[in-house]
Design a protein. Structure first.
Length: 113
């Protein structure tokens, strides 16, 4: 089953969702601002994406700039920051089996469909 971690208020996330809808494949929408992934779940997502935690953070968010920017944080601290402040999580994230992509640009989602 395909999972999409989605923020309906985000234009890029909506673009990614449209690609999934057009694919005709079944998928599950996870509104991660409402159902925040646990630290373990987020760690697994990061592992599937094959990136470091800092690469999943939206560095333009006010929360990041005011509370975390310029600090030397461990991977565990970055994951905690994202679960505490889920707006920091880049979106959309699409996971299929053990593969995943961040849908920026949205066309990258096609790689795993």
């Amino acid at each position: 089953m395909i999972k999409v971690y989605h923020n309906p208020r985000c234009r890029k996330s909506r673009e990614g969702l449209a690609i999934l809808e057009a694919s005709g494949k079944e998928f599950e929408i996870i509104k991660y601002l409402d159902k925040v992934p646990s630290e373990a779940e987020l760690s697994e997502i990061i592992n599937i994406l094959g990136i470091s935690p800092i690469q999943l953070i939206r560095k333009t968010e006010k929360i990041w700039k005011e509370n975390y920017k310029g600090k030397d944080l461990s991977d565990a601290e970055l994951i905690t920051a994202m679960t505490t402040n889920p707006k920091l999580i880049e979106r959309p994230i699409v996971i299929k089996n053990n593969k995943g992509v961040i849908g920026r640009p949205a066309s990258t989602i096609l790689e795993i469909l």
